[in-house]
Design a protein around this ligand. Structure first.
Ligand code: COA
Ligand code: AMP
Length: 633
């Protein structure tokens, strides 16, 4: 069936379409209908059905005779380690860890924080939670203790699974000290932590709180205890994943169980063209949605082998690492962020490393997380000789809103466009008043409700915020907060965020959250953070601050403290390295800070003088400060 026919069928017969997709999942109680419009905020998928995600990702493949097939290939150039876990071995690991979680008092519906680096055990942890019906919330390792504390409190977690350390090129991150600091800050004093001791840097365990992962697993094994797969309602949460909102308080995206299994399983064959038994590699991190969906759940649900890569595209040890992993592990389909390819291209513009490896096994490369600039995309196409597909999605959706569905019909790729809407997504473009705009016109990209399976059902403990963040602005639609164009041929073009989210090296960050940190400094009267274009990372944050009157502290010293403070409060991942003192911030007459104009100045782009500006001279002051600092000009 062609793309258009498939898309139309999902629109005109969503019941038939999604019930058919649900037939590829093993249920304990199968669904009798796909969508119930009267439940939840905008309806619920597969209400009444019961199943288990871990069973579908692991046990059923063992039962079907795939026990000896590799499920997880762990490849860690930063620790010089490789390890393969077959589906049978993975089943033993998750069943045993499930029993350990029970020992720790974790039951169905309880929340568990997973704060782990890119090791195979991170997936084992996620799947063990799914097995016993616990709701995990994975926190990215690059976040600081305060961010971890916020998530521990908001999720109301009863346990934490962690490792002694993470490994970044040139430094080891002591996870345990970050975790202990987070528990100190948090109101929710976690009673039980399970700690994976890593040879590269073990840590001291806190008495009466920390348990040794290996010891607990060994004990459960010796006693022959394994957890069965719990009966989980399709509408129960599978996990909570926090993502940046417009304030410092992150949003807890709630993913359901049934819709998640159905849509992700469907996507593997139809979008990625990946078949059971093949190797699928998403070079991301389990802390991000890409890691949840395409390192852990989707490949395993579909019976593929997944690669857990602990390294960077460059420097671990060189710009050929990706090609080595593809060649060595026979990767069929790869997924990563464009920034990774910009980094590789920067070090190996002629693709000399590419030719050192036989990567003929690779069929397609998918990119997401930020806009794929055509130059990088063309370079990747030329070097790899396979289709390079930009596709667009969000933490909120959990899978692609738009893509080129390689398994359905390999439509022509248009550079600069992340493809066409995926089945189930009624994507429209509206003006600010909520009226549809003609094709080719820039507007707010929205998805007509209901959202397809696997999209967020609400925000954890914040249903009102779910309405105010996504549903109130355009009644009847989900607002993506991305602006863009739908062209004559139905391809989307994503141009910019309409809120204060910026994209730094494929990582989603809130400038509002950074402003809260800057504003908390004693010497700062007011501040603004904007995203400045960056050749490698796409964008980097640039902070402007005004000193309080009477402050005698040197502005450079304050700037250095602000950089340190963002690293301390949000984390290294914010990549906040630029803070500049200005005399005043440009504002409208009603007092609104003109961030968009400041961003244009920072990017050395021409700008239109905002009509409502209070004092145009401030823009010249800002231009001068940035020029003097060598940031523009
Ligand atoms: N734990 C602890 N610290 C981390 C971390 C983690 N898991 N991940 C990143 N950091 C730190 C980095 O060490 C760096 O610290 P530094 O300021 O001391 O150098 C900082 O956070 C910023 O990291 P990053 O933005 O990743 O920059 P980088 O210079 O280390 O690497 C790239 C640049 C392009 C190579 C890297 O960003 C990359 O591979 N990106 C791929 C993006 C991706 O996978 N996105 C997921 C969505 S698909
Ligand atoms: P995240 O929730 O971290 O996945 O970030 C989602 C945001 O990243 C989107 O709202 C977009 O702004 C941006 N994004 C993700 N993929 C793409 C893409 N392919 N093209 C353009 N922007 C993208």
């Amino acid at each position: 069936m062609t793309y258009q026919k498939t898309y139309d069928r999902a629109s005109t017969d969503p019941e038939g379409f999604w019930m058919e997709a649900a037939g590829d999942i093993d249920w304990m109680v199968p669904p009798t209908r796909a969508f119930e419009p009267n439940s939840g905020v905008y309806g619920r998928w597969f209400e009444g059905a019961v199943g288990n995600t871990c069973y579908n990702a692991v046990d059923r493949h063992v039962a079907a005779g795939r026990g000896d097939q590799p499920a997880i290939i762990y490849d860690s150039p930063v620790t010089d380690t490789k390890r393969t876990l077959t589906f049978a071995e993975l089943q033993d690991e998750v069943a045993t860890l499930g029993a350990v979680l029970h020992d720790m008092g974790v039951g169905q519906g309880d929340r568990v924080i997973i704060y782990m680096p890119m090791v195979a055990e991170a997936l084992v942890a996620m799947l063990a939670c799914a097995r016993i019906g616990a709701v995990h919330s994975v926190v990215f390792g690059g976040f600081a203790a305060a961010e971890l504390a916020t998530r521990i409190d908001d999720a109301g977690a009863s346990a934490v699974l962690t490792a002694s350390c993470g490994v970044e090129p040139g430094r080891v991150i002591n996870y345990m000290s970050l975790l202990s600091e987070a528990i100190d800050i948090a109101d929710n004093k976690i009673a039980k932590c399970l700690v994976l001791q890593r040879d590269i840097q073990p840590c001291e365990l806190t008495e009466n709180r920390d348990l040794d992962w290996a010891e607990e697993m060994a004990r459960a094994r010796a006693e022959g205890r394994r957890a069965d797969c719990a009966e989980v309602a399709a509408t129960d949460p599978a996990y909570i994943l926090y993502t940046s909102g417009t304030t410092g308080q992150p949003k807890g995206v709630v993913r359901d169980t049934g819709g998640h299994m159905v849509a992700l399983n469907w996507s593997m064959k139809n979008i990625y063209g990946a078949n059971p038994g093949e190797v699928f590699w998403a070079a991301s991190d389990v802390g991000w949605v890409v890691g949840h969906s395409y390192i852990c759940y989707a490949p395993l649900l579909a019976g593929c082998t997944t690669v857990v890569f602990e390294g960077k595209p460059i420097g671990t040890p060189d710009a050929g690492t990706f090609w080595r992993v593809i060649a060595e592990h026979d990767v069929s389909v790869m997924f990563t962020a464009p920034t990774a390819f910009r980094a590789i291209r920067g070090q190996d513009p002629e693709g000399e490393f590419v030719r050192k490896y036989d990567i003929s096994c690779l069929r397609a490369l998918f990119l997401a997380g930020e806009r794929s600039d055509p130059t990088t995309l063309e370079w990747a196409e030329a070097q790899l000789g396979v289709p390079v597909i930009d596709h667009w999605w969000q933490t909120e959706t959990g899978w692609a809103i738009s893509a080129i569905p390689m398994g359905i019909e390999p439509l022509p790729v248009k550079h600069g466009s992340p493809g066409v809407p995926m089945p189930g997504y009624d994507v429209q473009v509206l003006d600010d008043a909520g009226h549809p705009v003609p094709n080719g016109t820039l507007g707010n990209i929205v998805v007509k409700l209901p959202l397809p399976p696997s999209c967020l059902t609400t925000l954890w403990n914040a249903e009102e915020r779910f309405h105010s963040s996504y549903l109130n602005e355009f009644p009847g639609y989900y607002a993506t907060s991305d602006a863009g164009i739908l062209d004559e041929e139905g391809y989307l073009h994503i141009m910019a965020r309409t809120d204060d989210i910026i994209n730094v090296a494929g990582h989603r960050l809130s400038t509002g959250a950074m402003e809260e940190v800057l504003a908390g400094h004693d010497a700062v009267a007011e501040c603004a953070v904007v995203g400045k274009a960056d050749a490698l990372k796409g964008q980097v944050p640039l902070g402007f601050f005004v000193l309080k009157s009477g402050v005698t502290q040197d502005a450079e010293e304050v700037a250095a403290e602000l950089v340190q403070k963002v690293r301390q409060d949000i984390g290294a991942v914010a990549a906040f390295k630029l803070a500049v003192a200005v005399k005043r911030l440009p504002k409208t007459r009603s007092g609104k800070v003109l961030r968009a104009t400041m961003q244009k100045i920072a990017d050395d782009e021409s700008y239109k003088m905002p009509a409502a500006i209070d004092d145009p001279a401030i823009l010249d002051e800002i231009t001068k400060v940035l020029t003097d600092k060598g940031l523009i000009g």
